[in-house]
Design a protein around this ligand. Structure first.
Ligand code: BGC
Length: 755
């Protein structure tokens, strides 16, 4: 409504100018001309006003010129409910429920950029319908430790995978006239002490691991905005950091969009003025001025009155202010003032189908070992497990099982709420239990098994030991009688689980799930474990748990999507976007004591350097329990030997690697063929191998397909601290082709010739 008034006002202004449309209002004119024109008409005060929030989720335009406000919403898994003007409370609207899409870890696990495109397009339609100009997401911080409470909002541990997935998300989202706000730039890899922890990282690790996905989002995706992170980077807060914002983002990468601060991530007027911040959001406390209220007031922002005074006194440059205002105008022309954008829609049914499709491609079958079960079609009632009949539990063959017991708090819990700013008020959310009943009817019974306490900001309610024991006891007794058990556990969105502003306090499954699993396994081995989480957890009994499904947070369609995979309606094809270490100590970030994580209270040192995730496991020869890129299928795939177009790469030439992949099983399935490259001998420490390409193929039984990868000179480079540039060293390299980072099906060596 507000926007309509402002637009009408703009119209009136343009009409009063009698046929002479001001350049900035003329959409036929190039955007840069319009920016220049508008800027020339604005006062100092109007420019400053644009640089900070007016409410919790909006920043002002220039009412005098008919330039509208910018309205923002979280992001990234759906469009958040409306929040009050000046506080974090919800606005109690009745028409702001949304579709919750799978969490970004799940999207990354699809290893399918087409799914990212579909995601961006669809969430963008909802954002547009809700009249948002900026959607606060997607997030591409690298998964450094499984304890990070916000990993579920990101795209895993590998910069190449995250880059390939973020680009289509951003492009398709923005086609709706809604800006992506890629977050949290940069090095926001833990929530513990997130407001101030100073990340000490080498420039090489920053360039090779932590920045590439942001760079891809900006340079290839064309992101219109980016959000500064809470933490410090090499001594300065990320929201006003000269190195990362001015020099790298706006300088080297040529970013022409807007840097938005994270909410209350701004700490200093001069730095904010000069070090690359454009819009300050969320500031509701000013320790430097003794302001400690929790409600937002525009005038308290660092880039409000104080900024104006400093500009008037000539203490900070007006050129930098003009640059900010120009960027904000450009963003407004691209979004709020773009009259050619589509209308968007809230087609829940269509959007739920999209959520289910993406979820179905992202769920990862981690384990599906054969165990004694009756022959196909025979009920377990007539089966004596003394013979050699073995089969995997999944997909569920309903003829074998009359009594299917669903166990677990997560089988019924509402998981779209909680977790912090990404929480969603959903139009519907279907649980696993509901979907199991819909699929298998009377065969289904339920035992809760464990209970997660309620969570309140700052604390978590403990569940009484007597309740824990009682629930476990009931589930174990029911398990004894069941033919098949589907245990739905994992983490949830409670504080200190998968939730912002705090990290997990243990790598173990919480709420007594280990004990529950052990006791159930003692009485019945036929347990399918469904893990709901955005993080790796310690798998308590890997040798005794026959079937494990990593099912993420799927959103509105959690239940039906999980049941699609359990039942075999959908053949799983997700691959892990991060490693599942057997123990926390096996993870690079945890190999150096507290200084490596969570830090000493002031700083955290990234001592594992470029060896993040599988790069660490491979190079240090401490294999993960389930490696990066791992994921099983209900069918099997055979790979031919890879062949290279030449044995030597010269100059700027490329090599072509080809192989064929065949579906050797009995059902149609999708395989992600992964290409890794390693420098066999280098003068600096390099990971054994790094992901450089992947392709997802759908193959019918017996079908073969040729896969081609182009190996480019850039794929062989590392960031040299000495040269301050990307360099490659001539010599031998190996190309590895595999079904995961450890299931390598073929290798081929080649030489990079000296220049
Ligand atoms: C989060 C951001 C979010 C913002 C607005 C912050 O606390 O870190 O990711 O977009 O709040 O809700």
């Amino acid at each position: 409504m507000k926007k309509t008034i402002v637009t009408l006002c703009a119209l009136a202004i343009s009409m009063s100018a009698l046929a002479q449309t001001p350049v900035y209002l003329d959409e036929a004119k190039p955007i840069e001309e319009r920016v220049k024109d508008a800027l020339g008409r604005m006062t100092l005060e109007e420019k400053v006003a644009m640089c900070h929030a007016q409410s919790k989720f909006s920043s002002p335009g220039v009412p005098r010129l008919g330039i509208p406000e910018l309205w923002m919403s979280d992001g990234p898994h759906g469009v958040r409910e409306e929040i009050q003007w000046g506080s974090w409370s919800n606005a109690a609207w009745t028409n702001d429920s949304c579709t919750a899409f799978p969490a970004l870890t799940c999207l990354a696990a699809t290893w399918n950029p087409q799914m990212a495109a579909l995601y961006g397009k669809t969430v963008g339609e909802e954002a547009r319908f809700r009249e948002k100009d900026i959607l606060l997401g997607p997030g591409v911080n690298i998964y450094r430790t499984p304890l990070n409470g916000r990993n579920f909002e990101y795209m895993g541990e590998d910069p190449y995978l995250a880059s390939r997935m973020v680009v289509p998300y951003v492009q398709e989202l923005q086609k709706n006239g809604v800006a992506a706000c890629v977050k949290h730039y940069a090095l926001n890899n833990q929530e513990k002490q997130r407001w101030n922890v100073d990340v000490r990282v080498s420039e090489r690790a920053m360039r090779e691991i932590y920045l590439p996905a942001f760079r891809a989002a900006v340079q290839e995706g064309g992101a219109w905005s980016i959000m500064g992170a809470y933490n410090k980077i090499l001594g300065t807060h990320a929201c006003h950091n000269d190195l990362t914002l001015n020099r790298i983002l706006k300088g080297e990468w040529g970013f022409d969009g807007v840097v938005v601060s994270d909410w209350a991530g701004t700490h200093d007027t001069r730095e904010a003025a000069m070090n690359g911040l454009d819009i300050e959001m969320g500031t509701d406390q000013r320790p430097d001025k003794g302001i400690s209220q929790k409600n937002f007031r525009a005038q308290d922002c660092y880039l409000a009155d104080d900024y104006l005074q400093m500009l008037r006194r000539g203490e900070v440059s007006e050129e930098a202010l003009n640059d900010k205002a120009a960027r904000i105008l450009r963003l407004i022309f691209r979004t709020a003032m773009n009259t050619r954008k589509p209308f968007g829609n809230m087609d829940y049914e269509a959007h739920s189908r999209v959520a289910r499709t993406i979820g179905g491609e992202g769920i990862v079958l981690m384990q599906n070992d054969p165990i004694p079960v009756p022959p196909k079609g025979m009920s377990i009632r007539y089966f004596i497990p003394i013979d050699v009949w073995e089969a995997p539990l999944l997909p569920i063959d309903p003829a074998r099982y009359d009594k299917i017991l669903v166990v677990g708090d997560n089988a019924t819990r509402r998981l779209c709420m909680g977790g912090g700013s990404s929480e969603l008020k959903v139009q519907h959310e279907t649980s696993v239990l509901t979907a199991m009943k819909a699929k298998y009817g009377d065969k289904i019974s339920y035992a809760k098994g464990y209970q997660a306490g309620k969570t309140m900001y700052g604390s978590v309610e403990e569940v009484k030991q007597s309740v824990v024991d009682q629930l476990r006891h009931e589930a174990v007794e029911a398990a004894r009688e069941a033919d098949l058990i589907v245990f739905v556990g994992g983490l949830n969105k409670n504080r200190f689980q998968d939730c912002e502003d705090g990290d997990r306090q243990s790598y173990d499954l919480p709420f007594g799930q280990n004990e529950l699993l052990r006791e159930m396994l003692d009485v019945n081995p036929r347990i399918v474990t469904v893990l709901v989480s955005g993080n790796a957890v310690r798998i308590p009994y890997p040798d005794r748990m026959p079937a494990i499904l990593q099912s993420w947070y799927i959103g509105s369609e959690l239940g039906p999507t999980v049941v699609d995979v359990l039942s075999g309606e959908v053949n799983p094809s997700g691959k892990l976007p991060f490693s599942f270490p057997a123990r926390l100590e096996d993870c690079g970030a945890h190999a150096f004591g507290e200084i490596g994580y969570p830090g000493d209270g002031v700083k955290v040192e990234y001592r594992e350097d470029v060896l993040v995730g599988y790069r660490w496991h491979d190079t240090k020869k401490t294999p993960a329990l389930y490696p990066f890129g791992h994921g099983l299928s209900y069918t099997t795939f055979a790979y031919s030997k890879p062949a290279l177009s030449a044995k030597t790469m010269t100059g700027e030439g490329t090599l072509t690697l080809t192989l064929s992949v065949t579906n050797t099983g009995e059902c149609t399935g999708k395989e992600v063929v992964q290409l890794y490259i390693g420098d066999d001998k280098a003068t600096v420490l390099r990971p054994v191998k790094e992901l450089k390409g992947f392709q997802k193929l759908s193959l019918a039984p017996g079908e073969s397909r040729e896969v081609t990868f182009t190996i480019t000179p850039d794929m062989l480079k590392y960031w040299s601290e000495e040269a301050h540039d990307w360099v490659s060293e001539p010599g031998r390299f190996t190309a590895y082709v595999g079904s995961s980072s450890t299931d390598i099906r073929g290798k081929v060596k080649f030489t990079l010739a000296p220049l």
